[in-house]
Write a protein that binds this ligand. Structure first.
Ligand code: FES
Ligand SMILES: [Fe+2]
Length: 377
């Protein structure tokens, strides 16, 4: 299908009400030209989530992240602030550092140019005969980095409005949970064989919970209590609420939780920050995915989880508790991987056509409208 035709179909879909909406045209998931447009108009513009602030709690703690084509170092400064530097040496552009750790400086493995954690060039050997060497002008390039509710967001777009502005109407809903105090229990990187939008759309709808996840997060889930947050037409996020019935192993406030009251004690909020940061924020835990495309049929996933502080503090054996929570979420991941890789293969088949959406897929339609706003102009 020609790209113009795919985009025209997407635009027409975005204009329809939910009751008249289908899933997007299948070409949206498979056309390389669509991916190129997404890289330019979605991923180079939006805020992407690089993880959680508590992964680098102490001065000198750092971790790396691939922001599209730009490798980034995230580091906690001596002043306590998190900064993002380009992970590319100012000499001959070598990558400075991999993984995560704690350091007082970054020394390039190629010729040992050495940078402070503030990004300034501190030393460079054998440059005394070079007239155009000016140490003060050779600091690491900085990348826009903002902290919002414990999340680290990055963008390459100097014009993007601040995260807290973009998510202003979400803040009063989620701040009651105190998620910035939740403690990260793991962060992992995965690559799945699917289009990134199959994963975003899958995470955003609870329609599949009682079916694909009947043995995990679909249990103790009441369809009648699945509600959607009110979001303005042009906002770049969506969210929903769901509840967990009594006896549910996850999703209910610990007795020592004094932040949440009434129904909030068994209610979760599930925000998706477009394009690709999505999470479940529950009274006792959170878990998230942050996605980037790596080809039309490959998606890089940062996957992690955190527990409310009282949940960890009251555990007899916190290692066993963390292992148990992770095993549960890993099982959910296996269930999701099966469907999102299956959808991608299905969308590439000649007889496939996208069908009508349920009311439970309201956010998928909001996402289609977001894509139309970004891709169709
Ligand atoms: S490329 Fe880094 S010191 Fe030469
Ligand atoms: Fe799922």
């Amino acid at each position: 299908m020609a790209v113009d035709h795919i985009l025209a179909e997407l635009k027409a879909l975005a204009a329809r009400p939910l009751a008249e909406a289908t899933a997007p045209p299948k070409g949206l998931y498979h056309a390389p030209e669509i991916l190129a447009r997404e890289q330019e108009k979605v991923f180079a513009k939006g805020w992407l989530c690089a993880g959680r602030e508590d992964e680098i709690p102490a001065p000198g703690d750092y971790m790396t992240y691939e922001l599209g084509p730009q490798p980034v170092i995230l580091v906690r400064g001596k002043d306590g602030a998190v900064r993002a530097h380009a992970n590319t040496c100012r000499h001959r552009m070598m990558r400075l550092v991999e993984g995560h750790g704690n350091t007082s400086r970054f020394t390039c493995p190629y010729h040992a140019w050495t940078y402070g954690i503030d990004g300034r060039l501190a030393a460079a050997p054998h440059m005394e005969r070079t007239n155009c060497f000016d140490r003060d002008k050779l600091g690491l390039a900085s990348v826009r980095c903002e902290i919002y509710q414990g999340w680290i967001y990055l963008t390459l777009d100097s014009d993007a409005p601040p995260v807290a502005v973009q998510l202003a109407s979400l803040t009063p809903v989620i701040e009651r949970y105190g998620q910035e105090h939740y403690r990260t229990i793991f962060t992992e990187e995965h690559v799945w064989d699917t289009n990134w939008k199959c994963l975003t759309e899958n995470f955003m709808e609870s329609y599949h919970l009682p079916v694909a996840h009947r043995e995990t997060v679909g249990a103790n889930f009441t369809v009648a209590e699945n509600e959607f947050g009110e979001v303005g037409e042009d906002e770049d996020f969506a969210f929903q609420y769901f509840t967990k019935t009594e006896g549910a192993p996850v999703g209910r406030a610990h007795p020592a939780n004094d932040r949440l009251e009434g129904d909030w004690r068994h209610t979760s909020v599930m925000p998706t920050v477009f394009p690709s940061h999505m999470y479940v924020l529950a009274p006792d835990h959170l878990w998230y995915l942050s996605l980037q495309p790596d080809g039309v049929g490959r998606t890089r996933i940062r996957y992690g989880a955190a527990l409310a502080p009282e949940v960890i503090d009251s555990a007899d054996d916190s290692h066993a508790l963390i292992a148990e929570k992770k095993a549960f979420l890993d099982k959910v991941q296996v269930e999701d991987r099966h469907v999102v890789e299956g959808i991608f293969r299905g969308a590439g088949s000649p007889l496939a056509t996208s069908g009508p959406l349920s009311w439970m897929e309201q956010e998928n339609h909001q996402f289609a409208r977001y894509l139309a706003r970004r891709l169709c102009d």
